[in-house]
Ligand binder design. Structure first.
Ligand code: 5GP
Length: 157
């Protein structure tokens, strides 16, 4: 990991190491499936699968800031599966404002009958979130970081 121009740069080895040293936290939650939030959650989900060996489902969304600097989420592709009887581990690369996670959880609950879920992210930015998770929801961030921009290896290599 290096800091450059007020950004934190991680390479593939950093990300792999973070997941390899954190995946055991998921053991007790013991999900039936991994649900990757694309695109940022795709590579983390794939690395996690190496260690916990659960099938990966995928949704794809795009987070963007509008003219009032409010974060919006656009759907690129969604699932048609019913998740009612599945324990789902939602994986993304970074929990920033939490808008994306909130949007995805709300929609998965409404559209896919998501019932039992947990969250696994590589980085949690230490800042105020737009959404408070219920206290009984499994949540694991491999690392907590300051509110700086993170450059992932798939963004810049
Ligand atoms: P949130 O919805 O939690 O505010 O932001 C989550 C999404 O915004 C992430 O899935 C990611 O696509 C993007 N994002 C937020 N902060 C960063 C960052 O520091 N670096 C990168 N590469 N993406 C970020």
């Amino acid at each position: 990991m290096i800091e450059l121009d007020n950004k934190i740069h991680f390479n593939y080895n950093d990300i792999h190491y973070l997941i390899k040293t954190n995946y055991k936290c998921v053991t007790d939650f013991n999900p039936d499936i991994i649900l990757a939030i694309g695109s940022g959650g795709l590579i983390p989900a794939r690395i996690l699968k190496t260690f916990i060996n659960k099938p990966i489902y995928v949704i794809s969304v795009k987070a963007y800031d509008d003219n009032q600097n409010l974060r919006n989420v656009e759907i690129i592709q969604w699932l048609s599966d019913n998740l009612e009887n599945k324990k789902v581990l939602i994986v993304d690369e970074v929990d920033d404002t939490r808008t994306t996670l909130q949007f995805c959880i709300d929609k998965l609950q409404k559209q896919n009958k998501l019932n039992e879920y947990g969250i696994f992210v590589i980085h949690n930015k230490q800042k105020e979130k737009v959404y408070e998770l219920q206290s009984d929801v499994f949540y694991h961030a491999c690392s907590s970081v300051n509110d700086d921009w993170i450059v992932y290896p798939w963004d810049n290599y």
